[in-house]
Write a new protein. Structure first.
Length: 294
């Protein structure tokens, strides 16, 4: 995809059907379903012993990460057959070393709310109340019942509940962590999948900031993060404030001890504009290659 395609429900189904038509060149499955029963698709490409899990769209306004991951799948499929290279790496050789598991859109309900506010939902009245009485969901980050999925993992969760009480954070657009770790089917499905897969690398794509967070905070993981940052002009950072609680990479890196990276794509204000997409698409390709290898 050379331009930004909005990852709506119709688009996601179209891409799934397109990949199904390829006759086994790509593995296709679901890790679970969302609150509103949308499938959370996972695609496997590559046959290497090393495994890399890449996730997009924890947050609704950050749907550009899902678009870039569908592009990454198409990029791998194209260059697998024609023998292309990227970042000095031969793509067929890369795919012989690494098996990529790609979850383009973890939060399909939230993305659909953001992109198609008129969508009929059984939770519609509740969602409007959580949104301050407005049917404008252009600033919505959470899932369909107002839980911020990237605060719903089992890392410093009880501490964050105290922060929520102090700051008056409740179910709504963003930052609310849910009733308990993995209370949401999206987060629970992803956490269960990563525990079963035990990948060698986890990459979680977000927007914006032009920076990378990493866990565990060991010298080898830091060196890899800094190498990638030097390549793309980002900075390796330490999260602060509410970003230090309940995140997926905090859980996979801090609890499961899997080398894990949060890549904050682009700079500006979410949702990032269409003109930011070409550069983001290239950075996602670079991240997939440089962060997934040893």
């Amino acid at each position: 995809m050379s331009e930004l395609f909005l990852p709506t429900a119709d688009f996601r189904r179209k891409k799934r059907d397109e990949y199904l038509s390829l006759g086994g060149r790509i593995g296709i499955g679901t890790i679970g379903r969302s609150i509103l029963s949308e499938p959370i698709d996972v695609y496997k490409i590559g046959k290497g012993k090393r495994t890399s899990l890449i996730i997009g769209a924890h947050h609704a306004m950050e749907y550009i990460s899902a678009s870039a991951l569908y592009d990454l799948i198409d990029f791998f499929l194209l260059n697998e057959t024609r023998g292309g290279t990227y970042c000095g790496m031969d793509i067929p050789y890369l795919l012989s070393l690494v098996s990529f598991y790609i979850v383009p859109c973890l939060n399909p309900d939230g993305v659909d709310m953001h992109l198609n506010a008129a969508r009929v939902s059984p939770l519609r009245e509740r969602q409007i109340r959580m949104n301050g009485g407005s049917n404008d969901f252009s600033q919505w980050q959470a899932n369909a019942r107002g839980v911020d999925l990237n605060h719903n993992y089992d890392f410093r969760f009880s501490e964050y509940k105290r922060v929520e009480r102090e700051q008056g954070i409740v179910a709504g657009r963003s930052k609310y962590s849910g009733e308990h770790p993995e209370s949401e089917p999206e987060a629970r499905s992803l956490a269960s999948f990563v525990r079963a897969l035990t990948p060698d690398t986890v990459i979680s794509l977000h927007a914006q900031g032009g920076e990378v967070f990493f866990m565990p905070r060991t010298a080898p993981v830091q060196r890899k993060a800094e190498m990638f940052c030097k390549k793309v002009g980002y900075k390796a950072s330490t999260p602060t404030d509410t970003a230090t609680y309940g995140g997926f990479v905090d859980y996979t890196g801090g609890v499961l001890k899997i080398p894990s990276f949060t890549v904050e794509l682009g700079r500006g204000k979410n949702p990032l504009p269409e003109e930011a997409y070409p550069a983001i698409r290239e950075i996602v390709r670079t991240a997939a290659i440089l962060l997934s290898l040893y």
